[in-house]
Design a protein around this ligand. Structure first.
Ligand code: NAD
Ligand code: TYD
Length: 338
């Protein structure tokens, strides 16, 4: 089988490529990635020759040439960080909406027989103290990131309805694991704690997220490529839901670092309170089950960050430091010592 993966130099995409090539020793993957700030060649180190990096924007018309002989497209490429979308949203529309439309169009013209559009639970908006999102929950995205992903989901749906193009949409909860950029909660808190720096928890840390280990997400996507039904949407979650403060406390405990490192800072505007997914459809129809418990997965993840200091140092270079001071220095408390 030949896959075309987009965004494979990022966090979930690189884990997916590693997973797929290990599990499918005769398959090949073309990886279309523009290598933005979030794309990292070090995430691709050690991959076999069956992986080919195509350093290209997904909006570029030449991407169509790489669809030749491709059995399935798995589309990860996106601008993926909520805080950056609040800071400046245009690139989110460019990549997540226009880029997805261009990619859908290229794949349709090349008659690709399966297109997996990797989306997120954030398209549903936010929940209060109770309830779960099902695949039929109306889309009520709250951040520019979530709105751009919802736009992409609707385009993907329209390609199925209008052209009978075999698109499948997946909506996963928050992922964690190795190779995640330290702009996101778990690697940011882990790497700051390792350096003895403050851990900036937004608001009171009461917001709730559902967490999945990236390998469990990759297994679900494998099942979608193999057994998903065109035109369908699958929520991919674990039911493992925790407040941000609880996660940060777990990280500190695992690292044997003091709780005094926690600093409560100004909340994110429009901060979604709670995400919770009903993933029974994926379990039932794809015969998929998450396998990695949060405590085990978090231990492994923290070990990976401990053992990969040079990866962290490279990612937390000058442009990350600039990003960090821009985003955090005016958040109520002085974190500019980072
Ligand atoms: P990431 O930011 O780590 O990686 C994104 C990758 O896409 C990078 O390699 C980047 O270089 C590439 N890219 C960005 N714009 C591009 C463009 N115009 N053309 C080509 N490549 C481009 O993101 P991630 O966390 O790995 O997320 C991957 C996908 O999974 C996204 O679509 C995201 O919405 C979805 N998702 C992520 C999570 C999560 O918790 N990380 C949860 C649910 C869904
Ligand atoms: P994040 O990893 O950015 O994922 P998302 O916003 O897509 O869910 O954030 C996860 C949660 O952690 C979210 O509720 C915001 C919170 N958060 C902090 O409290 N401090 C931080 O420095 C970051 C990056 C996130």
């Amino acid at each position: 089988m030949k896959l075309l993966v987009t965004g494979g130099a990022g966090f979930v995409g690189s884990n997916f490529i590693r997973y797929w090539l290990r599990e499918h020793p005769s398959d090949r993957i073309a990886n279309v990635d523009r290598l933005t700030y979030a794309g990292n060649l070090r995430n691709l180190e050690g991959l076999p020759d069956r992986h080919e990096l195509v350093c290209q924007d997904i909006s570029d018309p030449t991407v169509e040439t790489y669809m030749e002989g491709v059995d399935a497209v798995v589309h990860f490429a996106a601008e993926s960080h909520v805080d950056r979308s609040i800071d400046s949203s245009e690139v989110f529309l460019q990549t997540n909406v226009i880029g997805t439309q261009r990619l859908l169009e290229a794949a349709r013209r090349k008659r690709v027989s399966r297109f997996v559009h990797v989306s997120t639970d954030e398209v549903y908006g936010a929940l209060g103290d109770s309830g779960e999102f099902s695949e039929d929950t109306p889309l009520r995205p709250n951040s520019p990131y979530a709105a751009s992903k919802a736009g992409a989901d609707l385009l993907a749906r329209s390609y199925f309805k209008t052209y009978d193009f075999p698109v499948i949409i997946t909506r996963a909860c928050n992922n964690y694991g190795p190779y995640q950029h330290p702009e996101k909660l778990i690697p940011l808190m882990t790497t700051n704690a390792l350096e003895g720096l403050p851990l900036p928890v937004y608001g009171k840390g009461a917001q709730i997220r559902e967490w999945i280990h990236v390998t469990d997400h990759c297994r679900a996507l494998e099942a979608v490529v193999q057994r998903g039904r065109p035109g369908e949407i699958y929520n991919i979650g674990t039911g493992c839901r925790l407040s941000n403060l609880a996660i940060v406390q777990m990280i500190l405990q695992l690292l044997e670092k003091p709780a005094s490192l926690i600093q409560f800072v100004t909340d994110r505007p429009g901060h979604d309170f709670r995400y919770a997914l009903d993933s029974s459809k994926a379990r039932r129809e794809l015969q998929w089950e998450p396998q990695i418990q949060l405590e085990t997965g978090l231990q492994q993840t923290i070990r990976w960050y401990r053992e990969n200091r040079s990866w962290i140092e490279a990612v937390k270079g000058p442009s990350y430091q600039q990003y960090y001071s821009r985003m955090y220095q005016n958040r109520g408390k002085d974190l500019s010592s980072n």
